[in-house]
Design a protein around this ligand. Structure first.
Ligand code: FAD
Ligand code: DLZ
Ligand code: SF4
Length: 508
């Protein structure tokens, strides 16, 4: 009996579980560009184009490999508009009664699949180092789930950067060495980019015509759209940027959007690159003396540590995770996130870059846009929707724990042991934004004071009952308590004024 084999837009891996368990001679692969997936949030046009172009090329690759592929384009008049709808349509066309799928990376879609009347076999997605069972076993009975301890387990499991049972270099984590600010005159490597071929050009025209109002510039489009190109991005990163990755991991510069970052997250998440392979390549670069240990360890930790950890949290916590709001923040997301003008250069530069590239690196996401949203008390569900929309690598299993957990502390401290908040001085130390800003980072009060300086104390003060017994925050509260009460009042009034202007939609 013929079966359908579902392959989603972020499952573009030839060794995918559903493909491995199907019969190439009899079964039919179903792939579909559908409105429901392309518009559950207003995705950045570059992200939609990336997914569609990669899907079209992967479908061709499967055909060349002997598979029968039923591929539906977005503008196909028979398109049913959703993944379950397309499965039903293809089932009735082919007479298939059962479907093999690989578990989607989002509860919304898992639930939609489970609701179809088809006989459905959902297989685990094993393109990760840790299975759900591995993560749940590790988490069981622990009072706190901390990435650092999980990461050590992953190092032991994979043998990456291990010398017998000990971590290479005698330490698990070299983060202490990875906090250097960058100067604009440093040599900056450029990430590899690609001229659109015919397939990509067709997709760009389709996306331009169908999603004209979505936030984000579609062109120029230079992303990799198949595994060979994604490998080239990785090769170029290892060759030109990896040695400096650690040192400048947290740095931000107005004119250098990518610094020494890899820009491979989307390719990992879509399935064009394999996480373990990527880490083995980086380990080899260290073994050959091409990159120092702090760079290789820092990079590998992001992948087998953070990436695996946040996935574990997303599935461990269940479908309500993205709706959590531990701090009860309810302010609407201000227009500046969608490009409304602001005098705050760190925010305007990060949003401008996001608009043009569908990319910002981790510290821009965490300590600029994320930090501001948390300090200003913005509804985490709206923040989550923004991050899920605007970045080329945004899929809910990885985006939600980073946004709701790490960045907005809305899960009450599951992902982060303390809120990632800072005043303007952190941004000033790690970037060149403040020198061009209409606010002054040195001013702590008054109309020119950097809003981060005002909001930082406002946040700590309004959440004192939640955080005052967190030992990692004790020093912040001691500093606040040492401030005389007139100055405290001035700071809090300044913050309230700022928030009122933000709420009124006035330029800030
Ligand atoms: P590099 O800095 O070069 O790092 C190498 C790789 O490590 C990345 O490609 C990525 O696969 C992995 N990695 C690094 N940090 C993380 C992390 N915290 N969680 C998971 N993987 C990580 N990453 C996504 O892939 N998708 C998202 O939707 C996403 N949303 C985020 C939202 C917020 C609020 C924050 C603070 C972070 C988010 N991240 C997300 C994590 C991180 O910012 C991106 O993975 C990274 O910026 C991607 O760029 P890069 O490939 O140049 O990464
Ligand atoms: C992100 C995305 C987009 C924009 N479009 C499609 C699509 O048309 N068809 C498809 O199969 N997948 C798409 N995706 C990826 C899915 O949204 C993704 O598989 C789920 O969010 C689960 O991670
Ligand atoms: Fe951002 Fe404040 Fe610096 Fe301006 S002064 S760039 S608002 S941190």
């Amino acid at each position: 009996m013929v079966k359908l084999v579902l392959v989603l837009g972020d499952q573009l891996t030839p060794t995918l579980a559903s493909l491995r368990s199907a019969d190439k001679a009899n079964d039919r692969v179903v792939m579909a560009e559908v409105t429901s997936e392309a518009s559950y949030v207003p995705h950045h046009p570059k992200k939609i184009a990336l997914v569609f172009a990669c899907m079209r090329k992967f479908a061709q690759q499967l055909r060349d490999d002997g598979w029968t592929v039923d591929y539906t384009r977005l503008d196909d008049p028979d398109n049913a508009g959703s993944i379950p709808g397309e499965l039903l349509r293809r089932a009735s066309e082919s007479g298939a009664s059962s479907v093999i799928a690989t578990r989607p990376g989002e509860w919304r879609l898992i639930e939609a699949l489970e609701d179809t009347p088809l006989d459905l076999d959902i297989l685990e997605d094993d393109r990760f180092v840790a299975s759900h069972a591995d993560f749940n076993d590790w988490a069981k009975g622990r009072k706190q789930l901390r990435m650092e301890y999980f990461y050590r387990e992953m190092r032991r499991k994979t043998g990456l950067l291990m010398e017998d049972d000990e971590p290479a270099g005698g330490k698990w984590n070299f983060d202490h060495d990875n906090r250097k600010p960058a100067k604009p005159d440093l040599f900056m490597p450029s990430p590899q980019s690609f001229e659109p071929d015919e397939t990509v050009k067709e997709v760009l025209d389709l996306v331009e015509a169908t999603f004209p109002d979505n936030f984000g510039e579609l062109r120029p489009f230079g992303f990799a759209t198949d595994a060979t190109q994604a490998e080239a991005v990785l090769d170029n990163f290892i060759e030109t940027a990896l040695p400096q990755f650690g040192d400048y991991q947290d740095a931000m510069l107005s004119e250098h959007r990518f610094l020494y970052h890899a820009l491979i997250s989307a390719y990992l998440n879509i399935g064009l690159l394999d996480p373990l392979e990527v880490c083995r390549r980086v380990e080899k670069a260290w073994q050959k003396g091409h990159a120092p240990l702090n760079a290789a360890e820092g990079f590998i930790r992001q992948i087998i540590g953070w990436r695996e950890f946040v996935r574990g949290i997303y599935f461990h916590e269940g479908p309500d995770y993205a709706n959590r709001n531990w701090l009860k923040h309810d302010r609407a997301l201000p227009g500046l996130y969608w490009g409304q003008e602001t005098g705050m250069t760190c925010l305007s530069k990060t949003v401008e870059q996001t608009n043009e590239e569908a990319y910002a690196h981790h510290i821009q996401r965490l300590m600029v846009t994320g930090n501001f949203a948390l300090l200003a008390g913005i509804d985490p569900a709206q923040v989550h929707e923004w991050y899920l929309s605007v970045y080329f690598d945004a899929f809910e299993w990885v985006e939600a724990p980073n946004t709701v957990g790490m960045s907005q502390f809305a899960d009450g401290g599951l992902v982060a042991s303390k809120p990632y908040v800072s005043s303007g001085s952190y941004i000033d130390r790690m970037s060149d934004y403040c020198s061009e800003c209409s606010y002054s980072v040195k001013e702590k009060t008054g109309k020119d004071a950097c809003p981060f300086n005002l909001l930082y104390w406002h946040f700590l003060s309004r959440h004192r009952s939640r955080f005052s017994d967190n030992p990692r925050m004790a020093m912040m509260y001691r500093t606040w308590d040492k401030m005389d009460s007139d100055r405290q009042d001035e700071v809090l009034t300044g913050a309230e004024d700022f928030l009122s202007r933000l709420d009124a939609g006035d330029p800030v």
